[in-house]
Design a protein. Structure first.
Length: 85
């Protein structure tokens, strides 16, 4: 309740969604979207459903042995993937 009354400018959540099933992941991501009006969330996750709800993804890849590279993807608009007639 304290977080609702006095939101933080940012919040880091590390693998908080790991024990959740799909239904609770959906609830979790809806809550994050609601709270993100006032707070910027940094979520460390391996969960595909949580990543799908993000506006921006950051990841680390190793294309060459011993050389790590930061990768980011920002989602600015909704895309309609259905075929148009």
């Amino acid at each position: 309740m304290q977080f609702i009354l006095k939101p933080s400018p940012f919040c880091i959540l590390d693998e908080i969604d790991a024990p959740l099933d799909d239904a609770n992941i959906d609830r979790f991501t809806r809550i994050l979207q609601d709270f993100s009006r006032d707070t910027q969330f940094i979520v460390v996750t391996h969960n595909k459903r949580t990543m799908e709800s993000a506006e921006t993804l950051y990841g680390v890849t190793m294309q060459e042995e011993g050389i790590s590279k930061l990768v980011s993807v920002r989602f600015n608009e909704d895309f309609d993937l259905a075929a148009h007639n």
